[in-house]
Design a binder for this molecule. Structure first.
Ligand code: ZN
Length: 451
């Protein structure tokens, strides 16, 4: 399929990028995520109607653009919300400028460009006279970057497609995503004689490896003891003294919470320091003993793995203290052949009774069989368009595909391409945008053939 309406695709992408659809407070009926988000959704639906498709707006939470009839539905799950522009841009973040063949702006790759590529890819199919045997539905979510409220509202009303892909991650095909479970562990801090722990604070989000943890102590006369201990445990640490109070700041290296082994956890070093100073009881010691520097859940009684996903991972993401109670937020990614209940049972059995375990829930694992029709078709399409082998990818992170069943992530970023989502100077090359329209058009054509 050659995309005939290339110029319209480029123009529509520019125009929708110019609508700064960052989540905001509700702005009345049909605008649960603010005025701009509602406007971006209506823009895309209007384009859908102009191209001759049926559309439906689900009270501003999400919408869909539909073509054809059938008992079964092929879904393409995109989103039109964007993260804030942030600092460091050399171009207007919502300008939609094209410079040297690259279309710049927040959302160009994540996920407005791919959404428009899917729409114009479907339009090209329709213009060629193609009739699907299954219903095709382009689903447009408006809250992917936050709490997925869009899908919580939309799916009970519209139902899940029978089969789907989302152009919101990477090529070739991501068919396996570990389960995500967030838990809170808390307990009473017990300090050794003569030392007072005034505060411990580290990390911002459970799904990031914390690169900083600050500990305030009272009762240490000789700072050289701290310096020696830091050297012994291999910690990068800075000390400041304010009369009797000492503040230690531990430095780590940030990484995504699904890849804890690629970062350096500053909380682990803070705990190691405290245990070395005599905090050998209570929650500080429990956290050190049961998590410490490990990422595989071995001290938590949840060290499991399977052939598809590899090992479970544990990230101690945030630590805080309220009075004498210390709390950590832990992000656990478990392999696809396990359930959240199994992991919670393992934890409950593995933790001492003085540690309080509270589940914050999470998202179940996703795995689509490599021999399924969906995967086979996407692999064929990818190989035909790129000449490269379409390897299946298993990840610990979560893509939008997880909102559905029988869905996988398929593009838009090619292997070796720099990941520009959420970065300054986000762009999509025009050639990339057009290639996406061709690939997605073909994928829809083959999936829409049905049985
Ligand atoms: Zn996205």
């Amino acid at each position: 399929m050659i995309i005939g309406n290339r110029e319209e695709l480029i123009q529509a992408t520019q125009e929708i990028v110019r609508i700064a659809s960052v989540k905001e407070a509700p702005a009345g009926d049909g605008k649960p995520f603010g005025q701009s988000m509602a406007q971006a959704l209506e823009y895309a639906l209007e384009k859908g109607r102009e191209l001759g498709f049926k559309t439906e707006n689900f009270s501003g939470y999400a919408g869909h653009i539909e073509y054809g009839e059938g008992n079964e539905t092929v879904g393409v799950l995109c989103h039109l919300d964007v993260v804030p522009a942030g600092q460091g841009w050399s171009f207007e973040p919502y300008g939609g400028e094209i410079i040297d063949g690259k279309l710049y702006g927040r959302g160009t790759i994540d996920n407005k460009g791919p959404a428009m590529a899917v729409l114009y890819g479907l339009a090209a199919l329709k213009d060629s006279g193609w009739q699907p045997r299954r219903r095709i539905r382009i689903i447009l979510g408006c809250d992917e970057e936050s709490g997925w409220e869009c899908m919580h509202h939309y799916l009970p009303l519209a139902g899940k497609p029978d089969v789907a892909f989302t152009p919101d991650a990477e090529f070739p095909v991501i068919n396996s995503e570990k389960g995500i479970l967030m838990v809170e562990l808390s307990g009473e801090m017990k300090a050794p004689k003569d030392i007072e722990l005034l505060s411990i604070q580290g990390g911002n989000r459970p799904n990031m490896v914390p690169d900083r943890c600050q500990v305030k102590l009272r009762g240490i006369e000789d700072e050289s003891l701290l310096v020696k201990t830091a050297a012994k445990i291999g910690a990068k640490m800075e000390i400041t003294r304010d009369e009797a109070d000492i503040t230690m700041v531990f430095k780590g290296a940030s990484a995504h919470g699904s890849l804890p082994e690629t970062g350096i956890n500053a909380i682990s070093y803070a705990l190691a320091m405290l245990v070395n100073l005599g905090f050998d009881q209570g929650i500080i010691n429990d956290l050190y003993e049961h998590i410490g520097f490990s990422h595989d859940g071995r001290g938590l009684n949840i060290e499991v793995r399977d052939d598809v996903s590899g090992p479970l991972t544990v990230n101690m993401g945030v630590i805080s203290m309220d009075g004498t109670r210390v709390t950590v937020l832990v992000d656990i990614r478990y392999p696809v052949s396990f359930t959240q209940e199994q992991i919670l049972e393992g934890l409950a059995a593995g933790l001492p009774s003085e540690v309080t375990l509270q589940s914050h829930g999470g998202k179940g694992p996703l795995h689509v069989d490599g021999n399924s029709m969906l995967i086979q078709i996407l692999q064929q399409v990818y190989e035909k368009h790129t000449g490269e082998e379409a390897k299946l990818i298993s990840i610990g992170g979560g893509t939008y595909a997880r909102a559905l069943d029988n869905a996988v992530a398929f593009g838009p970023v090619f292997p070796g391409q720099t990941e520009l989502a959420h970065q300054p100077d986000e762009y999509i090359a025009i050639s990339h945008l057009v290639q996406l329209a061709e690939i997605y058009s073909d994928a829809i054509a083959k999936l829409g053939q049905g049985k």
